[in-house]
Design a protein around this ligand. Sequence first.
Ligand code: AMP
Ligand code: MG
Length: 328
Amino acid sequence: MKKTVCLLLACIILLMPISSCAQSAEKVSDSFLLMDTLITVTLYATPDTDTAAIFSECRAILEELDALWSRTEEESVTTCFNLAKKGPFAADWKTCDLLERALKISETTGGAFDITVAPIVMLWQRCEEEQRLPTDAEMLLALSQTDRKSLYVLGTNIIKREDGTQIDLGGIGKGEAISYLVTYLESCPIEGALVSFGSNVAVVGNKPDGRNFRVAVKNPIDGNDYAKVLELSAGQVLSVSGDYERYYTIGGEQYHHIIDPATGYPAESGLCSVAVICEDGALADALSTALFVMGETRAREFYASGVYDFEAIFITSDGVVSTTDSLQ
Ligand code: AMP
Ligand code: MG
């Protein structure tokens, strides 16, 4: 359980420098601290573009989604659902749409990704505050409340089958938010844009010189090295899940934040990082978490099954980097 690799990196995907820009477009960035994350939007636009208005709309989009899905916000849909008794819970279509897709990903990944992992996540948070490990009884209770079949979506209602069912959208919400930003930015009068949530990155359009944007995935075993440099084309999202990003510190030991829903403990799959590239932000985000839990062998079988269209990079706990076919 002890974490041997504990590099806390503020940003695990690096945006590569742009080598040359057409004279007409200039680069301008803004950052927001939302969703517990530093979010940076970089626009390539002509000087007469109202970039302040674009940034302001980006912030409004993110604030709305954060207010819906935050697990710590008292008024959020997530919090209200988590406190509700079993039965139908009326929600907005954005949340219902995301939940429906999250439940499908749970099903197809055999529960490796599971938004009902919330009671286990909260147990670890409480244990960190109290500086102790979970007891067996606490873990058994949290495990019994973690069940992807204990809720389903019907129109704009979420049907909760058990009082104890709670959701945590921390493994999919940022990816979904990045797709909302991409859709908005595609409608803006700009040449291109990069959106970075640290562990989720998306591109809109191309660099002003017409080439694809390049991003580098860090190798956590050697923080100075890149595991892979990728060219992302318009509409693609890259999402990374790593055991060095966030963790609970208890008695000086670090317990990382990606939970294996089968055991209730941080996943020990032999991987320290997984990157997923695909065209759907929520899917990229959820799959990076799921493949991390599965481990490389199961993850490759899942890739070969062709359920979803994606590519992946695997970094094992001893630093070996490998990729799926199309990235080689
Ligand atoms: P990510 O950083 O995208 O891998 O997501 C990790 C976050 O998702 C954690 O901080 C938890 O809030 C939540 N989470 C942890 N384990 C799982 C899991 N197996 N399935 C779904 N969400 C999870
Ligand atoms: Mg994720």
